[in-house]
Design a protein around this ligand. Sequence first.
Ligand code: FES
Length: 158
Amino acid sequence: MNRDQVDGVLAHWPLAKRDALIPILQEVQESCGFLSRDAMLRIGRHLDLPASKVFGVATFYNQFRFQAPGRHRIQVCRGTACHVKGSAMVLEALCRHLKVQPGQTTKDGLFSLEVVACIGACGLAPVIAVDGEFHAGVAPDAVAGIVEAYRAPEALHA
Ligand code: FES
């Protein structure tokens, strides 16, 4: 974690109170890529909140990541249109294939998995994005092939 980045965010919130916790968590994640334990402790001290409160709030929302992002970022849309078309099963298949939960990064550091709200491509539901590239109408049994296509170039350079 880069302490300067966390302190840089906190400097924008000199008089912040506990109601600023979520926006601060969001800004720190945007700046650092994830919320480290140390970052959450510093945020808690700044807001005069116990660490347990900061951890509790951060873990309640699935928008927050607690590990450094992987080289490839997989986003699974869980907006309404994608939900209706079975995005829960797509997410489940990805969790199984990558052996991670949303918000986590694979052990090899290659992939991080995120759940996001509507990403604005409802006509293509269910949609996942890998490194910002959309994959449309994804079936649960197709996720392994999609993910491995991103892994393959890595293997060539290994
Ligand atoms: S709900 Fe998934 S792209 Fe809109």
